[in-house]
Ligand binder design. Structure first.
Ligand code: S6P
Ligand code: ZN
Length: 190
C-alpha cells in the first residue's frame, strides 16, 4: 500500500510542508572556509543561519528515491560565498539531480578519484547532474536565497567525513564582482 505520494513546496517559507528540516548555522561550517581567520571573525559577530534542508523519503526500497528542498542564504566570509558543507554519497556510485527554483548560485563538483573540479551554474531554471563519486557543494553567489531541489537514490547516504578531512581542492570567491573558482592551495587570504 502506498503512503503519501504528493507534497507541497512552500517557497515563501523555504520548506516542504510537513517535512523534517535540518538547519545549518555558520558554526556548523567549521573548516569549510579557506579564510579561517575571517570565519572566526564572522562568528564573533553572530551565528547566522546559512541553509536549511527539508527532506522527503517516501520509500526506502532498492530503486526508491528521496528528495530535499535546500534554501541557501546569501552571505560571505571574506571573499567566499556562503556554501553547504558538501558531501559524497556513502554509496559512491549514487548520482543526484539538482533543480534550481530560485536565486543564483553554483554547484562545485569534485571527482573523488581524479580530483577533477567543475563549477556549474545552479539557480532559477538551471539543472545540474551530479555523477556518482562526485563530492558536491552548493554556493550562493547572489543576493537572495538560492532555492533548489535535489533528487537522489534512497540508499545514497551522506558521507561528510571525507570532505571534512581534506576539504574541496577549489574555493569559490568573489573577484571583481563575479564568482570564480580558485585553488585552495596558494589562495592568498587577507
Ligand atoms: C542530498 C543533497 C542535498 C544536500 C543539501 C545540503 O544528497 O545533496 O539535499 O543535502 O544541499 O548540503 P549538505 O552537504 O549539508 O548535505
Ligand atoms: Zn547529495
Amino acid at each position: 500500500m502506498w503512503g503519501e505520494l504528493a507534497a507541497r513546496l512552500d517557497l515563501g517559507a523555504g520548506a516542504i510542508v510537513g517535512a523534517p528540516v535540518v538547519r545549518r548555522r555558520l558554526s556548523d561550517l567549521k573548516g569549510c572556509f579557506a579564510d579561517a581567520a575571517g570565519y572566526e571573525a564572522a562568528l564573533a559577530l553572530g551565528d547566522p543561519l546559512v541553509y536549511t534542508v527539508s527532506s522527503v523519503g517516501a520509500g526506502n526500497g532498492s530503486g526508491d528515491l528521496h528528495y530535499g528542498l535546500g534554501v541557501l542564504y546569501p552571505g560571505r566570509v571574506g571573499d567566499e560565498y556562503f556554501m553547504t558543507k558538501g558531501h559524497l554519497h556513502s554509496r559512491r556510485e549514487a548520482a543526484e539531480v539538482y533543480i534550481g527554483l530560485r536565486g543564483e548560485g553554483r554547484m562545485l563538483l569534485e571527482d573523488e578519484a581524479t580530483g577533477e573540479s567543475r563549477l556549474e551554474p545552479l539557480g532559477e531554471g538551471r539543472v545540474v547532474y551530479v555523477p556518482g563519486h562526485a563530492a558536491h557543494r552548493t554556493i550562493n553567489t547572489g543576493d537572495v536565497p538560492l532555492v533548489y531541489i535535489g533528487v537522489y537514490p534512497a540508499d545514497a547516504g551522506h558521507d561528510y567525513g571525507a570532505i571534512a578531512d581534506r576539504n574541496f581542492r577549489m574555493v569559490v570567491v568573489r573577484r571583481e564582482g563575479r564568482a570564480m573558482m580558485v585553488e585552495r592551495d596558494g589562495l592568498n587570504v587577507h
